[in-house]
Ligand binder design. Structure first.
Ligand code: XMP
Ligand code: MG
Length: 185
């Protein structure tokens, strides 16, 4: 699905498919250097991170294993509460392993800071975070993020895995959801 015709519900394209892919390639080069000879287990956070994971994993020039978690934070649909529930846990035992969490977006940071601590508490050797998007002005807790694709303004965005009520995940670009759709101003 492409966003050339935005329609009434999307107000702008923030990052095109091409921009996302070329930034991911740069991030992959950094990751290859940092983990040289020691590939991490890639842990994707469902469902938003599926596109980032698919593109990043294929961009990396090393053999990488992938695993997945699904988490949900209680609260309103466009805001994170920081109370996290595991809907699907990892299949792998991560004791002693280097783990790279692959995320679509960091907003308040509450989900990721919880997840990072959770994985560390299982005895992972290291846990780092890679995210395609981050909203620096929305951060409520400090999260150490090793790899960031793009910092974006505090707006609700969809596409490239990101949804609004499960729609728009297959949009190829990242677009801004018009505030009237979710009741914003
Ligand atoms: P926190 O606030 O814990 O939130 O960093 C992370 C999760 O919140 C969702 N989220 C968004 N989803 N467009 C979306 O489609 C957005 O602009 C957005 N901001 C936050 C997302 O699930 C993310 O993993
Ligand atoms: Mg997510």
């Amino acid at each position: 699905m492409d966003s050339h015709q935005l329609g009434d519900n999307l107000s702008a394209i923030l990052h095109t498919e091409d921009e996302l892919r070329s930034r991911l390639a740069e991030m992959a080069r950094e990751i290859e250097v940092d983990y040289a000879g020691n590939p991490p287990l890639l842990v994707g956070v469902l469902k938003g991170a599926v596109m980032v994971m698919a593109d990043l994993a294929r961009e990396l020039r090393f053999h990488a294993q992938m695993d997945w978690m699904a988490v949900s934070s209680y609260g309103a649909s466009t805001k994170s509460s920081g109370v996290v529930r595991i809907l699907k846990d990892l299949d792998a035992d991560i004791t002693g392993r280097d783990v790279l969490i692959v995320e679509d977006i960091i907003d308040s940071g509450l989900t990721l800071s919880w997840l990072k601590e959770n994985l560390e508490s299982r005895g992972a050797k290291s846990v780092r975070i890679c995210t395609m998007l981050r909203k620096p002005e929305a951060l409520k807790v400090e999260v150490d993020v090793a790899y960031v694709g793009f910092d974006i303004p505090v707006e609700f965005v969809v596409g490239y895995g990101l949804d609004f009520a499960e729609d728009y995940r297959n949009l190829r670009d990242v677009a801004v959801l018009a505030p009237h759709v979710y009741g914003g101003e």
